[in-house]
Design a protein. Structure first.
Length: 133
């Protein structure tokens, strides 16, 4: 958690999807919100859909949410598109009631042999519709 920032009781959920043309062995990325109103709930990082056989972990590092995903048995995420991960965030009590931007940065996607794949992330924008009390 970010020191000194109170959070609401209700989390915000984000489902992350991936489109890949070749099998994926692992991935790493940061989720960064524009003014650091969101703090990752590290216990809520869950694999879904196409990545059900992967293990994902998350941690808050220097105001960014670092996510790592791998399968310890050497399995892969097959080529295709769709949801791979769900992450929940706690929102700071001083967050304004308007749009917040969340970006995927420092994205690394690896294929067989740990070779990096060309990749890019997508920005997310969502509306903060409740105010913390």
């Amino acid at each position: 958690n970010v020191t000194g920032v109170q959070t609401c009781a209700l989390p915000i959920s984000l489902v992350i999807e991936m489109n890949n043309a070749v099998p994926v062995k692992g991935l790493q990325f940061n989720l960064v919100d524009d003014v650091d109103y969101l703090t990752i709930d590290v216990a809520s990082v869950q694999q879904v859909g196409r990545a059900a056989n992967f293990t994902f972990v998350g941690n808050e590092v220097n105001g960014q949410s670092l996510i790592l995903g791998v399968n310890f048995n050497g399995e892969e995420i097959a080529p295709g598109s769709g949801a791979i991960l769900e992450v929940q965030f706690m929102i700071a009590s001083n967050a304004p009631m308007n749009d917040l931007s969340l970006s995927i940065t420092d994205l690394i996607v690896a294929t067989q042999g740990g070779l990096p794949l060309p990749s890019n992330g997508t920005d997310y924008v969502f509306f903060t519709y409740h105010r913390c009390r």
